[in-house]
Design a protein around this ligand. Structure first.
Ligand code: ADP
Ligand code: ASP
Ligand code: MG
Length: 415
């Protein structure tokens, strides 16, 4: 008998027929005598719909009330799955975030899980009951509903698995594993049997939305055994493992593990900022105080006038707030005007091989130049290089890079 967490994403939960399919998989694990906690997402499209309601209600909405609204999608699917399981003869009940509770920080819309009380889960398992837990939601110490950021059900699942010391955390989604890049835009992408926590973390953090970044960080810290697999077929998926489990084929290791893209960043340029010590602090301190994450930054050399342009990216969802913060800080910063563009995309290549090999970034720049794709900004880390490009070229850029790094699946490479 094992203790397992099964997480089902939005596509797997979209409609009663699909929820029945999910319930069949849950029943199979329960029939085998396992303790089963199921973490569910809202039906696909539902969270977007709820987010849009908030934006329509007020562009500068109160994030605490936003959380009340967007957390509701998962409440619906957790109740529905419990109903379907019961109808199949499996004792089940839903446990909302506040009922367990799942305690989080008060960073609304991107809250972090602090602790999960497992007493009620343990009691449910003792009664041979399946516990259905809505992902994405939690509760602050002062009893307000929170959400964990988009894609946060993955993090809920890993956190539940860590808290209940589960043997496995199976993340069921609409693709059959982790690929070298998004298989929906690159049909030649290759499925990976295994990927290290570190590489998955980096891929997720630059946009591979198959797992939420924080879920991978948590799995790595808590040593949770995570597998990504499809809910539509019976076949093995991708295991996220420690580096030592891949070491065996070290010689064969690809230089680059994968490529990701992120269309959810917007470019902001402050034109003619006075070039003096402390100038950039006047820009980024108020943004940090407003909890707005700045990613790529480019500061150009000063013009003759003694002014310089500063370009950076923020999450598109935060663009309105960022522009509001910059407008309020205008006198302090002293810029002439602000330009913004959300039709941009960040494309990144990731691989631990970058640590020991020169020329990885050069291959990227050359491949993009060859297709006349202009680079708007660049950022690098030890195992990643990212470029910002016009969003219209996203698919072309990802495909070209996939081929340039030799990642195309063997049977398709010659096409
Ligand atoms: P869920 O609703 O199950 O959480 P998501 O839509 O959040 O599903 O994540 C699954 C999607 O992630 C896939 O449909 C795929 O388009 C996308 N994706 C992006 N990069 C990758 C990758 N490297 N491997 C697999 N899927 C990826
Ligand atoms: N429903 C939430 C979202 O769409 C959380 C999740 O599905 O992981 O972001
Ligand atoms: Mg997801």
């Amino acid at each position: 008998m094992a203790r397992i967490v099964m997480k089902f994403g939005g596509t797997s939960m979209a409609g009663i027929e699909r929820i029945r399919n999910v319930a069949t998989r849950v029943k199979r694990e329960w029939d085998a005598g396992n303790d089963v906690a199921v973490v569910v997402s809202a039906m696909s499209g539902e969270t977007d719909r709820l987010v849009n309601f908030c934006r329509e209600a007020s562009p500068l909405y109160d994030p605490r009330e936003y959380d009340v609204v967007v957390a509701s999608g998962e409440q619906v699917t957790s109740g529905l799955l419990a109903i379907v399981l019961q109808a199949m003869g499996v004792p089940a009940r839903s446990w909302l975030g506040w009922q367990l509770p799942i305690r989080t920080s008060d960073a609304h819309a991107s809250a972090r899980i602090g602790s999960i009380d497992t007493d009620r889960l343990a009691a449910a398992f003792a009664n041979r009951e399946v516990a259905v837990i809505p992902g994405f939601q939690g509760l602050t110490d002062d009893e307000r509903i929170t959400t964990l950021g988009r894609g946060g059900s993955d993090t809920s699942a890993v956190a539940v698995a860590a808290a209940m010391k589960a043997d496995r955390c199976d993340i069921y989604t609409d693709v059959d594993g982790v690929y070298t890049t998004d298989p929906r835009i690159v049909p030649k992408a290759r499925k990976l049997d295994k990927i290290t926590y570190e590489e998955m973390l980096e891929l997720a953090s630059v946009g591979a939305k198959v797992l939420q970044t924080r879920s991978v960080g948590l799995a790595m810290k808590e040593k949770v055994r995570v597998q990504v697999l499809t809910s539509f077929e019976d076949k093995p998926g991708t295991l996220i493992v420690g580096e030592e489990e891949i070491e065996g084929n070290g010689m064969e290791r690809q230089l680059i593990t994968g490529i990701a893209y992120d269309r959810n960043e917007a470019k902001v340029t402050l034109v003619a900022v006075p070039d003096r010590p402390g100038a950039v602090a006047t820009i980024f301190t108020p943004l940090a105080n407003a909890n707005i994450n700045v990613d790529m930054i480019v500061q150009n050399v000063a013009h003759d006038s003694g002014n310089t342009d500063v370009t950076f990216t923020v999450p598109t969802a935060e663009l309105t707030r960022a522009l509001d913060v910059l407008d309020k800080a205008r006198t302090d910063i002293g810029y002439e005007k602000v330009l913004s563009d959300s039709n941009v995309c960040k494309v990144s290549v990731v691989g631990v091989g970058m640590r020991s090999h020169a020329g990885v970034a050069a291959t990227m720049f050359a491949a993009l130049a060859d297709r006349k794709i202009n680079i708007l900004a660049i950022s690098t880390s030890e195992i990643k290089t990212s470029v910002l490009i016009d969003a219209d070229f996203t698919e072309l850029a990802v495909r070209v890079l996939h081929t340039a790094y030799g990642l195309d699946a063997p049977d398709t490479a010659a096409e």
